[in-house]
Design a binder for this molecule. Structure first.
Ligand code: FEO
Length: 398
């Protein structure tokens, strides 16, 4: 069955929609709405293929491509990024067309050789290099750390399409292909989750690259990403949204993340939440049990927050494992311009709050106080004190 879809007279989508995908990067990133691996075939006087799809679908990809075109007609393969969700079908494809040149960045030569150990006909490209296809031309733009050192964008003149690979993408399965034919709410939920969990540490590079691309003043009819929808209606909306997200983004939100052994820390979390509303009735408060909720959804809510409260019971002189795990993610994501504090209940030694405080500081948060601790099951007095702590915290981060 042919699954390709025509975007324009010259450009056809030849990717794969993966409705079943529930996690990505192994088990590191949840994908509640599946994903897609978008690849594109350009037919001008010359024929170019931009990217492929993930390894499990390599045979299906090549079969579908063959139903679209005789593979021998492909003059150029463009690989914008070496990660295997986009390059994974290369071995299957290159077995059929082994001499076709592969245009990619110098860093992608390294990652592709590292993944596949093949000495294909690589043609390294730099920003500003072009490839004539006939009426149209491809212009390459290196995009290091969006999100790997090997990433690049490709701009197609004439059709005015920016192929952006992972940037501006979302893990979102859709047959509808375009942003204007999908739920705006759903695609933005997935786009911000993607940014928060993958691109946050590279925000400075994102800002620089966006300014560089916008300064080129290129007409853009579509932004064709490698995951999720193609931005066709008002395509630059996602570029402007990325500028916001890359600029130490925050909403008027306080996010509370906790885990609890016997519900003592949970009771404190809820008392703090009630106190926050007294301290600032306008602030949004979100509460997440780290042991029960999806870690990537929690990270998205930390990304949105101006301040974060993290709580754990003390166990074995340390933290509950879900909190330790979230804090490891938080450290790697290098959030900027966020405030925080710790809380928790304890029975004996009680190091939890101090440990979380240190982890927040190490992750670059401005810790606004020494935290809140209560021994054993918090009684009425302790819960009132937690509420007061929440009120003061909200006032201090206003
Ligand atoms: Fe979609 Fe970085 O791969």
């Amino acid at each position: 069955m042919k699954t390709s879809k025509k975007l324009t007279e010259k450009v056809t989508w030849v990717g794969k929609v993966d409705w079943e995908l529930s996690s990505f990067h192994g088990e590191e990133l949840s994908t509640h709405r599946g994903s897609s691996y978008n690849a594109y075939l350009i037919r001008d006087e010359k024929v170019a293929l931009i990217d492929t799809v993930w390894v499990p679908f390599d045979k299906e990809f090549v079969k579908n491509l063959k139903s679209e075109i005789d593979l021998k007609e492909i003059d150029y393969v463009i690989i914008q990024h070496g990660e295997i969700d986009h390059s994974g079908s290369l071995p299957e494809l290159m077995r059929e067309i082994p001499d076709v040149p592969i245009y990619c960045t110098q860093n992608a030569v390294k990652s592709l050789k590292g993944h596949y150990h093949q000495d294909w006909n690589f043609v390294p490209v730099k920003t500003g290099d072009t490839l004539d296809l006939g009426e149209s031309k491809l212009v390459f733009v290196e995009a290091p750390m969006l999100h790997w050192p090997d990433s690049m964008f490709t701009y197609m003149t004439g059709e005015n399409i920016l192929f952006s690979n992972d940037a501006f993408g979302q893990h979102y399965a859709t047959e509808s292909l375009y942003n204007d034919r999908s739920s705006e709410c759903e695609i933005y939920e997935e786009a911000i989750k993607y940014y928060a969990n993958i691109l946050t540490p590279f925000s400075r590079q994102v800002l620089k690259k966006i300014d560089e691309v916008l300064a080129m003043n290129l007409p853009v009819n579509m932004i064709a990403t490698s995951h999720g929808v193609i931005w066709r209606h008002d395509p630059l909306q996602i570029v402007h949204k990325y500028k916001e997200w890359a600029s130490d983004y925050q909403e008027n939100q306080i996010t509370i993340v906790y885990d609890t052994m016997w519900n003592g820390t949970k009771a404190i979390a809820e008392a703090i939440a009630a106190g926050i509303q007294l301290g600032d009735p306008d602030v949004t408060v979100k509460l997440y049990h780290a042991g029960k909720e999806d870690k990537n959804d929690i990270i998205t809510q930390i990304f949105k927050a101006k301040a974060v409260l993290v709580g754990s019971s003390t166990v074995n002189n340390g933290l509950l494992s879900s909190i330790a795990s979230i804090m490891e993610l938080v450290k790697g994501l290098k959030f900027k311009n966020k405030k925080g504090a710790a809380f928790g209940s304890y029975g004996w030694s009680g190091e939890g709050v101090k440990l979380i405080t240190g982890l927040l500081e190490g992750a670059g948060f401005e810790v606004v106080n020494e935290g809140f601790r209560a021994m054993w099951q918090p009684d009425e007095e302790a819960l009132n004190a937690a509420k007061e702590f929440g009120k003061n915290f909200a006032e201090s981060v206003k």
